[in-house]
Each structure stands twice: as C-alpha cells, then as structure tokens.
Design a protein around this ligand. Structure first.
Ligand SMILES: Nc1ncnc2c1ncn2[C@@H]1O[C@H](COP(=O)(O)OP(=O)(O)O)[C@@H](O)[C@H]1O
Ligand SMILES: [Mg+2]
Length: 268
C-alpha cells in the first residue's frame, strides 16, 4: 500500500484520504475559515466519528468528503481516486431525513435505488424490501412519511442510503433530533448493521457519549479555524451499550480531558 504522508497509524488499506483540505466561507461582513489544512485517513470498514462543538467544520468536512462541497485547497481521495463530485459509493444521511413526503417508505427507498440503473426493477423492489426489513420497518413499508415517527423517518433515510450499497456511509448528526429512547435503539441498530455490512462510516456528532458508543476512532475537531485537535482510539468491545457504566466512565474521561484542553465539546 502506498503510504501518503497523512496516513495515520493504520494497517488496513485507506478507503478515504483527506489531504490538506481548507475551506473558507466569505459572507458580506466576514470570512470564516471553516477548515484549515485538515488531513485524515479512514480505513476500509472503519467507523470514525467527527466530534466537536457547533461551528468547528464537521458538516463542511463531511460535505467535502461526499463531494457536495469543493475545498479551496487540498483534496479527498476515495479508493485512491480524487473526489470531484457526489457519487453512489459515498452517500450521505442528514439530521433531517429529507424524505419525499409524497412517497411511502418503500417509494423513498426505491428512489435511492435510482442510483442502481444496472438492476432490474424487480431486483430494486426486492432490495428496497430487504433494507426496510433490515431497519425494522417491515410493517411500515407502505406508510406515508407523515404517518411515521421521527425515529422511523430516520430508519427510512438509513435504508434509502444503504440500499444502493455504497462503500461509504456519511452521517451528519442523524439522530440528534430524536428522543433519547429512540436514539438508544438506533445506536444498537447502526452498530449491528455496520458489523454485518462492514461499511466505512464517517459519523458527525457533538455528543461525546455517542462518539464513544459508535467510533473505532474519534476525530476531535476544534473551531476557528476548523482543525483536527486530536484523534482518540476507542478500544471498547462491541456491540457497545451507550448506557453501560463502562462506556459512561470512558466518555466522562474523554469529556474531562477535552475540558482540560478547553476545546469545548459538550457532553449531553
Ligand atoms: N454555506 C456557508 N456559508 C457561510 N458560512 C458557512 C457555510 N457553511 C458553514 N459555514 C460556517 O463555517 C463554519 C463551520 O460550519 P459547519 O461545518 O456547519 O460546522 P459544524 O457542522 O461543526 O457545526 C461555521 O462558522 C459556519 O457558520
Ligand atoms: Mg453540522
């Protein structure tokens, strides 16, 4: 494997390499340096959490990895190829599910499968059905979006992102708007799905416990300008229970260390 200078202590092949990425936003009054020379490598099959307070550039970095935003400097490589725009191998799931309200759950997942013109319609229907089963919505395939709870909508969004079988799943605070009980269930589900599918996942959060529950590594970001402050390995066994005392103790230690560094990432 070719060793780029930004590769971290990884032995697995890099799925994503972010090299020296900077991004400024210029508005009427000021210039925001959303990202300043950010470099990161994500291994194939790894679950990485980008953690940091609001405004530190997490979403900007995720959008650049997705190919939705272009960096001013630097580049992103996916499987060694420069990312020039969005692609079906890197799909994004947002905090707001952005489902099509005029379609039912099944229709929304079928819409995602438009990214797979190589499949027959019958195959797409079978896959849509399978993924709705996978996220626990077998009984709600034909429910319309307005009939679904917040958690169910995010499950549909997850099925829609997974069904085209992308190599990389990019998730931007996907559970942040949900109540705690719904979220806890989704932590179990996303870990199960990740362990079965071995997708590479980059997951944005501002919640230390969530990051400790999900991440193989936590990439801690700091604001103004947006930078990587620290990378923390999380060696806890899986599946992890967000409510377990071990995880809570681990998260408190990290939160305390962060406070000591005055990075300001808040634990909820
Ligand atoms: N489209 C944009 N136009 C102007 N400023 C932006 C835009 N997107 C993000 N920013 C600014 O860039 C910084 C990083 O934003 P963002 O990546 O959304 O942070 P986070 O996701 O960590 O909260 C913030 O100061 C934000 O206000
Ligand atoms: Mg954000």
């Amino acid at each position: 494997m070719e060793a780029a200078p930004t590769i971290l202590s990884e032995t697995r092949p890099a799925k994503l390499v972010v090299e020296g990425v900077s991004k400024r936003f210029t508005s009427k009054r000021n210039i925001v340096q959303a990202l300043d020379n950010v470099s990161l490598s994500v291994a194939k099959g790894e679950f990485v959490c980008l953690l940091g307070p609001s405004g530190c550039g997490k979403s900007t970095l995720l959008d650049i990895i997705a190919g939705l935003t272009k960096p001013d400097e630097g580049r992103v490589l996916a499987d060694g190829k420069r990312v020039e725009g969005p692609g079906r191998q890197r799909l994004v799931m947002f905090q707001e599910s952005a489902l099509f309200p005029w379609l039912d759950a099944f229709g929304n997942v079928m819409f995602g499968l438009k990214l797979r013109p190589d499949l027959t319609n019958a195959e797409r229907r079978r896959i849509a059905s399978e993924y709705l089963d996978l996220v626990g919505l077998e009984k709600f395939k034909h429910a319309h979006v307005h009939e679904l709870s917040g958690g169910m909508k995010q499950r549909v969004a997850l099925a829609r992102a997974l069904a085209p079988d992308p190599h990389v799943l990019l998730m931007d605070e996907p559970f942040a708007a949900l109540d705690a009980m719904t979220r806890d269930q989704l932590y179990d589900d996303i870990q199960r799905i990740w362990m079965e599918s071995r997708k590479t996942i980059v997951f944005v959060t501002h919640n230390v416990r969530e990051a400790v529950c999900l991440g193989d590594r936590i990439v801690l970001m700091s604001p103004s300008p947006g930078r990587i402050a620290q990378i923390i390995d999380i060696p806890l066994p899986r599946p992890r229970d967000i409510n377990s005392p071990e995880l809570a103790a681990y998260a408190s230690k990290i939160a305390a260390a962060l406070k000591g560094k005055a990075v300001g990432a808040a634990e909820e």
